[in-house]
Design a protein. Structure first.
Length: 199
């Protein structure tokens, strides 16, 4: 009976130590936010300390593997969006031209403004859209730096928001690490019991 109590005690203590050790390790990924001096040692959470490096890495990864400026232009100027732009162009041009031409002169036109505008856009719309897209791409290419945008967004986060973002992304994985510590601790407690019995 004493052996059974010792076995259970050692397993529980091992599990508790393993769980708490990993829980503290996970906590120290984020805390302390600022560098804290302890004698000749200084401690700071790994992620706050390496926030800049992480921001650069995430920015590079997003741009190279997930989303780049060409992807944005392709989505923005998809065939469906081009058709929407043409409809908007027809409506806007018709309204603007009708405002410019006094109503007394509209009777001299061969056909109404809307018909003329629609015919022009239907005929020249694709070429017009291609020209607009080319101009937008040429003038915004330097500003649309995904790597720099992502990096700046991460660096702009305060450390609490940064911690929350990382935790939200890795909540299950961090909890998994804590449980692995518990399981390993239980196994070590079991091993220690049998090891002490062999001595």
């Amino acid at each position: 009976m004493p052996d059974l109590i010792l076995l259970i005690t050692m397993i529980l203590i091992g599990g508790l130590i393993g769980y708490l050790t990993n829980k503290v390790a996970v906590k120290m990924l984020f805390r302390p936010h600022q560098k804290v001096g302890i004698g000749f040692l200084s401690i700071q959470g790994v992620l706050p300390k390496r926030k800049k490096v992480l921001a650069v890495s995430v920015g590079k990864m997003v741009e190279e593997a997930l989303l780049n400026s060409d992807d944005i232009y392709q989505a923005l100027f998809s065939k469906a969006n081009q058709e929407k732009f043409k409809v908007l162009l027809k409506t806007t041009l018709t309204t603007r031209i009708e405002r410019m031409i006094p109503s007394m002169f509209r009777g001299f036109l061969v056909e109404d403004v809307e018909t003329m505008v629609n015919r022009y856009i239907d005929k020249e719309g694709d070429q017009l859209m291609a020209s607009i897209m080319k101009h937008i791409k040429e003038t915004t290419q330097e500003d649309l730096n995904i790597h720099a945008i992502v990096e700046d967004k991460i660096l702009a986060l305060d450390l609490d928001a940064f911690e929350k973002m990382i935790k939200d992304l890795t909540k299950k994985e961090l909890r998994h690490i804590e449980y692995i510590g518990l399981i390993l601790g239980l196994m070590i407690g079991l091993f220690q019991f049998f090891f002490t019995r062999l001595l």
